[in-house]
Design a binder for this molecule. Structure first.
Ligand code: SF4
Length: 366
């Protein structure tokens, strides 16, 4: 094991790409601090001492979802007591409030359930009305799973759906719904939403249309170490082809209130290793993000020593993961993010969605 890690260290020193076997070796190794140091080195080459965050606001248009995935604690039936659906005016009112509360906000992050009755026009209208009133605000909306759903209900191609949304004001896409890009796993977790091939095809088409996106991985449920590494390699291959992914975001599975509630939540050790291994395997991704809401602030903070250079944003009102028992706050202030990045000796950088620097907090000002 020792020697094999040494050969990985040598490969990384020479800028060589790691193989599937290397990935498995890293994932099965217990040398967490050594792996973390390697990931930190790679991160330093990419973004130096900078750690990014943005000022954003999440909006979840509806929790009514016909897919009812086993992994999900958010989606529900239309007649459930917690069911809700926002109309375009309500979504616009939230956007207005968010801008009033934080005039420096640069991004709205919009994802939702797959409503059984709402037509594609409903989603396009929401993007249109928000974009019309706030043309400078970056709208990052709809996972590849939602886009595949829109294509089905509207009987349009994925390309046509994305073209309509882009014209309405969609700027980029979040990376959700990737889970593990393997149909064995998807059959257990989420048989009624986009397949691995469909998810990848949406991302490919979006990138071809100039819509950048992120990619996620939900780990810590029924997947094997091989399936985790293959997920990374699949994304690396698509990134070689399109260059359209901005950041990779590994999420630990939160079992509470899901159809897999008998599973145990991953440990901090496993989370940190997964973040570091992601950084090492995805040599063509500029950023690997620790989504503090899922990881908790303490683990997100430590992850900055394990190759992470992005912490997502202020979020304000997260619903999806909190339905699954996330105990983190539903949002965080900009000052808190700046303080906890600084504490690690890194430089907090406020960015927009496309990673253009809005402000670098070099000194002690907040
Ligand atoms: S994960 Fe997404 S598609 Fe699946 S039930 Fe939840 S909201 Fe619906």
């Amino acid at each position: 094991m020792e020697d094999q890690l040494l050969s990985i260290e040598q490969k990384l020193a020479g800028g060589e790409r790691l193989t599937r076997d290397d990935g498995l070796l890293l994932l099965n190794s217990n040398e967490l601090l050594r792996i973390g140091a390697l990931a930190r080195l790679v991160k330093q080459r990419k973004s130096g001492n900078k750690v990014y965050f943005n000022v954003n606001r999440h909006i979840n248009l509806t929790n009514v979802c016909k897919a009812r995935c086993k992994l999900c604690a958010f989606g529900c039936d239309a007649d459930a007591s917690q069911a809700y659906v926002m109309e375009p005016e309500q979504a616009l009112a939230i956007a207005r409030q968010a801008v009033a509360d934080a005039p420096e906000m640069t991004e709205l992050h919009i994802v939702s359930g797959l409503h059984p009755d709402k037509p594609f026009a409903y989603y396009a209208d929401i993007i249109r009305v928000i974009h019309r009133e706030f043309p400078a605000l970056h709208i990052k909306a709809f996972t590849a799973v939602e886009i595949a759903h829109f294509a089905k209900i509207a009987k349009l191609s994925v390309r046509e759906v994305l073209t309509v949304l882009k014209e309405a004001g969609l700027n980029s896409m979040p990376g959700g719904g990737a889970e593990i890009l393997n149909d064995r796993v998807r059959h257990i977790l989420c048989p009624d939403k986009a397949t691995a091939a469909e998810w990848l095809e949406v991302a490919r088409t979006a990138h071809q249309l100039g819509i950048r996106s992120n990619a996620t991985m939900l780990y810590g449920h029924v997947e094997t170490p091989e399936e985790r590494i293959d997920h990374l390699l699949t994304l690396r291959q698509l990134q070689d082809e399109t260059g359209g992914f901005q950041a990779f975001i590994p999420f630990p599975f939160h079992p509470e209130n899901t159809g897999l509630s008998d599973l145990k939540r991953t440990t901090a050790w496993e989370d940190l290793k997964m973040l570091a291994v992601s950084r090492l395997m995805l040599d063509n991704f500029d950023h690997v993000k620790a989504f503090w809401i899922m990881l908790t602030v303490p683990i997100a903070q430590i992850s900055m020593g394990f190759g992470i250079d992005d912490l997502d944003g202020t979020v304000v009102e997260e619903k999806i993961l909190h339905a699954a028992g996330a105990k983190t706050a539903i949002g965080i202030s900009k000052q808190e993010i700046i303080a906890f990045i600084r504490e690690t000796g890194n430089i907090p950088v406020e960015r927009d969605t496309l990673y253009r620097e809005v402000r670098v907090y070099e000194g002690s000002e907040a």
